[in-house]
Design a protein around this ligand. Structure first.
Ligand SMILES: Cc1cc2nc3c(=O)[nH]c(=O)nc-3n(C[C@H](O)[C@H](O)[C@H](O)COP(=O)(O)OP(=O)(O)OC[C@H]3O[C@@H](n4cnc5c(N)ncnc54)[C@H](O)[C@@H]3O)c2cc1C
Length: 366
């Protein structure tokens, strides 16, 4: 018998597992492939609570902001616990306008964000180019968001895995898990290889696959669906072309170590279709080239797709959904950003019986 069994070895499952193990729990994480092979591998690692806020998402924005504030300490603790560097970078994010229409939209969102207390700076076109000299001479202006940082999400997964194991957690990889029910309660998980693990509570953190996990009670219908994203990465030579994350109306560009730049991402209702599409990749390349013409010389090093775990209101679902079963999924475009706060909310629920924030309870969709 363990205290907690967690289905899913993405950032959400691993971070919850790590934090629970640190608080003295016996924890097992079961991942059907390798840890971080889902959305957590596909992501861009932006921690963008500022530039991403939209007028309809006030509650979500507050959660994003709260998690953003946890990130510096979370990153430092994780690096120390894992002995790994996760490249948490604080250069901020620059959102650019390329056309008069973009400028109008950017002004509107800037006004809205300012009215909600987001710290942002409006920049003229020449100030934008001073900050990032390689951006196109066609840009019309921009907004700089100093607190929208980034992390290398693939290193994050590796560090969480290591920290979880170092804290005494048990990890089972390459093994499908299903829920086991007894006496109107989820009593643990059964592994594809035959082992049954009895757990005081089971945490469902299976990302976009959460609604498909076998053994979900019939009364539970999870409104979580995959939202496909295509991305690509290029390698540039010499001095880094850009220092900070750049947003344009159609794409974002994320600089990584060694001249690597990520270009993302499409947002598609396409089920679990993992194929790249001509239009998707073309749109990313064209959008990126319009912002950063020097990319023409860059070498393409990788293309990929991933599946965001999305919900009807784009916000996560965190809380008990059945006796013995806690859901932590539906993190949509912000799962990397929301990793620290999700681990805290679930940890506090289990260890202190603290109720999760009402706006994110799964019961809001009942
Ligand atoms: C293209 C793209 C770009 C993104 N960019 C960003 C970004 O810049 N910033 C940000 O904050 N977020 C971003 N996201 C969103 C973020 O990646 C996700 O919200 C987050 O990774 C979700 O983490 P997770 O652990 O819930 O899911 P996942 O990482 O998908 O992990 C779920 C895991 O569960 C496993 N699993 C499923 N079923 C079972 C089962 N039955 N048994 C055992 N294991 C199972 C899967 O194999 C998978 O590894 C992006 C997503 C995409 C696709």
């Amino acid at each position: 018998m363990v205290d907690s069994a967690i289905i899913g070895g993405g950032v959400i499952g691993l971070a919850i597992g790590w934090r629970l193990a640190l608080r003295g729990q016996s924890v097992v994480v079961i991942e059907r492939a390798k840890t971080g092979s889902g959305a957590s591998h596909a992501a861009a690692g932006m921690l963008a609570a500022g530039v991403e806020v939209e007028p309809t998402e006030t509650n979500l924005w507050q959660l994003n902001r709260a998690s953003q504030q946890l990130w510096p300490e979370f990153a430092a603790e994780l690096e120390s616990a894992s002995g790994m560097i996760i490249n948490y970078r604080r250069e901020g994010t620059l959102a650019l306008a390329l056309t008069p229409d973009d400028l109008r939209r950017l002004t509107q969102s800037y006004d809205f964000q300012l009215s909600h207390g987001v710290e942002l700076n409006w920049l003229s076109a020449s100030q934008c180019r001073e900050m990032e000299p390689a951006v196109s001479s066609r840009i019309r202006g921009g907004v700089f968001s100093p607190h929208d940082h980034q992390v290398d999400n693939r290193l994050l997964v590796a560090a969480l895995r290591r920290a979880f194991l170092a804290a005494g957690g048990r990890l089972v990889e390459d093994c499908d898990a299903r829920l086991v029910q007894s006496h109107q309660r989820i009593s643990g998980v059964a592994l594809a290889e035959g082992e049954v693990i009895t757990a005081a509570q089971t945490i469902l953190a299976a990302g976009a696959w959460s609604a498909q996990v076998v053994g979900l009670p019939d009364s539970i219908r999870l409104p979580i669906r995959p939202l496909k994203g295509q991305m690509l990465a290029v390698e540039t030579e010499g001095a880094p072309l850009i220092e900070r994350v750049i947003w344009s109306p159609t794409v974002y560009l994320v600089p990584r170590q060694g001249g690597r730049i990520l270009v993302g991402a499409t947002v598609e209702e396409a089920g679990f279709d993992p194929r790249l599409s001509f239009g998707g990749i073309f749109g990313l390349m064209e959008g990126a080239w319009r912002v950063l013409p020097a990319l023409e010389e860059a070498k393409i090093s990788e293309f990929w797709t991933g599946f965001r775990p999305s919900s009807p209101d784009d916000a996560p679902l965190i809380g008990e959904i059945y006796p013995g079963l806690i859901l932590a999924s539906g993190h949509h475009r912000n799962g990397i950003l929301l990793t620290p706060i999700t681990a805290k909310i679930v940890g506090d629920l289990i260890m202190e019986a603290t109720a999760p924030p009402p706006s994110f309870l799964p019961s809001r969709f009942d």
